[in-house]
Each structure stands twice: as C-alpha cells, then as structure tokens.
Design a protein around this ligand. Sequence first.
Ligand SMILES: Nc1ncnc2c1ncn2[C@@H]1O[C@H](COP(=O)(O)OP(=O)(O)OP(=O)(O)O)[C@@H](O)[C@H]1O
Ligand SMILES: O=C(O)C1=C[C@@H](O)[C@@H](O)[C@H](O)C1
Ligand SMILES: [Mg+2]
Length: 189
Amino acid sequence: MARLNLNQLKIHVVLLGFMGTGKTHSGQILSNMMNVPCYDTDKIIVSRTGMNINDIFKHYGENYFRDQETDILTKLVNEKSPCIITTGGGIVIREHNWYVMDKNSVTFSLLASPKTIYDRLKYDETRPLLNTNDKFLKIKQLLINRLEYYEKGDHLIWTDKLTPQEVANQIYSKLYSNGYMYRSDLNGC
Ligand SMILES: Nc1ncnc2c1ncn2[C@@H]1O[C@H](COP(=O)(O)OP(=O)(O)OP(=O)(O)O)[C@@H](O)[C@H]1O
Ligand SMILES: O=C(O)C1=C[C@@H](O)[C@@H](O)[C@H](O)C1
Ligand SMILES: [Mg+2]
C-alpha cells in the first residue's frame, strides 16, 4: 500500500496581490516548508528574455510583458504537477488569466495598505509602473483600480502586520483546512 507524500497538493497554489505584498518572498518560504516547487512568473520572464523588467517595459512595452505573463501562467497551470505559482502584481487585470487559474488552482490574494507597500518599496526601482515622481500616489491610484481584482481571490490575507513567514504559515493552514492537500494520515490504496 503506497503512502501518500505528506505535503502532496491537489491543485496549484497561485499567489496574487499588488507589488510588495510579498508574493515572491512568502511563496518561496511556503515552497521550502512544503517541499513543493515554486515558479515565479516575473523571474521566468526575465530569464526567458534575458532582460530585466524595466528594460522589457521600455523596449517592448507593457502589452508584450502581459503576453509573456499569460503564456507562462498557462504553461505552468497546464503542464506542471500541482505547484506554487507566484505571479506579477498585474496578472489579475487580464480576464483570460482568471479563466486559466479557475481551471486547476486555488488563489490567495495578499493585501496590504498603500502605506505598507510604499514602506516596503520606497527604495526599489525595479518595478517600472512605480518609477514616477510620486510613488505613494501611484501606489494608491493603481491599488484603487486593482482592488476589485485582488478581492476575487479565493482567500484574502492582509499582510501589513505579518512577517513573510507568518503569511506562509497562514496559507499552509488554509491549504490543510480547506482540503487542498492530502492529509498525512491517509494511505493511498
Ligand atoms: N510580510 C512582509 N513584511 C515585511 N516586508 C515584506 C513582507 N513581504 C514582503 N516584504 C518585503 O517587500 C519587498 C517586496 O516583496 P516581494 O518581492 O516578495 O513582493 P511581490 O509581491 O513579489 O512584488 P511584485 O509584484 O513586484 O513581484 C521585499 O523587500 C520583501 O522583503
Ligand atoms: O503590478 C504590476 O503590474 C507589476 C508587478 C511586478 O510583479 C511585475 O510583474 C511588473 O513590474 C508589473
Ligand atoms: Mg514578486
């Protein structure tokens, strides 16, 4: 009788959320905790193109970036065994991406206030959409436009007062309590 892997996921875990909510960071911690691979759409775009995100936006434009994002998300969801997928903050704005995620994934939206996001990203220049004179204002404007999309996630986690480890712990608990993982006491037969 084969015993199932303690941490076997039934479906993909997709982390959504605005820039700086900790998708990449918390997702990597979760991946280590669960021993499940984590794929980051931003990192894959950078390695695929050999360019950083600022240069991709500058030379090819945001639409090209969004096409890459959709292509990678689709391939990960359709071709990988259940895994953790950490996304770019803007993946939620394309309706087609929701269609892809609806198939075989549970989504967690990480949320944070504009002030928290600003504090986390104020010295960061790697996010082209925030490279403006008034970064705080830009965060507020983008967040207002996108909140309705982040709220479509299956589970919402406010991260302002949580460490990345605590965020990962909350996701892990929800995966168990909502039946997205095989329980350790089940034997495969
Ligand atoms: N819960 C947290 N508490 C404090 N700092 C955090 C938290 N989560 C992330 N950070 C910090 O915020 C910064 C951005 O985190 P991260 O890159 O994981 O965000 P992201 O959601 O992946 O952003 P993007 O959408 O741009 O990829 C990093 O410096 C990270 O250490
Ligand atoms: O919120 C966004 O639109 C973005 C977030 C980042 O993760 C990157 O995907 C890129 O900088 C765009
Ligand atoms: Mg990220």
